[in-house]
Design a protein around this ligand. Sequence first.
Ligand SMILES: Cc1cc2nc3c(=O)[nH]c(=O)nc-3n(C[C@H](O)[C@H](O)[C@H](O)COP(=O)(O)O)c2cc1C
Length: 193
Amino acid sequence: MTMSINEHGPRGPVNANSGLQPQPVPVAPTDPQALREAFGSYPSGVIAVCGMVQDHPVGMAVSSFTSVSMAPPLVSVCLQTSSRTWPKLRQLPRLGLSVLGEQQGAVCRALAGAEENRFAEVHWETTGEGAVVLPGAVTWYACTLRAELPAGDHTIALLEIDRLWALPSAEPLVFHGSRFRRLDNSDRSAVPA
Ligand SMILES: Cc1cc2nc3c(=O)[nH]c(=O)nc-3n(C[C@H](O)[C@H](O)[C@H](O)COP(=O)(O)O)c2cc1C
């Protein structure tokens, strides 16, 4: 089906639904609120990026996790240039990435909150290499930082996976529209490989 997009927004050919479906409307990408809402319309998981710094766990919550490469196994996260935590984490030989489970909304809030209280009520473990991972998460990665790329007010960090612990049947926390959500599992139809 062909579509054209002009200054009035997307316009598709007339069909039975076109009068009923709400369509996206144009907004300025320079409008921070509109841009935040647009980015927030893309659902993601939440990852805790954590490591041991001078015998104490340090970490932060991020939703900008992306799988990047199978061989070598690479993932990326984006960190605000204003982050006070990333400069500490980036120096570590290993970082732990935990994909938060559906019950871990409070963990995410804690790891995005005041630095000194982040682990006050958050359970954690080390992988033995200084990477910190969180029980209750659905996947743990122990990673080595391979590269950083400046990207506007963020830095893209490329991480190589050294070790991996997975529990694919566990339900992840979902972040969408500035809210935590759960998958409802009403449709489990397979996607072609
Ligand atoms: C759901 C959620 C997702 C977040 N995603 C990111 C992210 O992708 N990158 C980032 O730098 N900060 C992200 N943050 C903010 C950080 O968790 C943290 O609050 C922020 O970096 C300030 O703390 P810091 O100075 O210790 O880094 C997110 C926060 C929340 C609640």
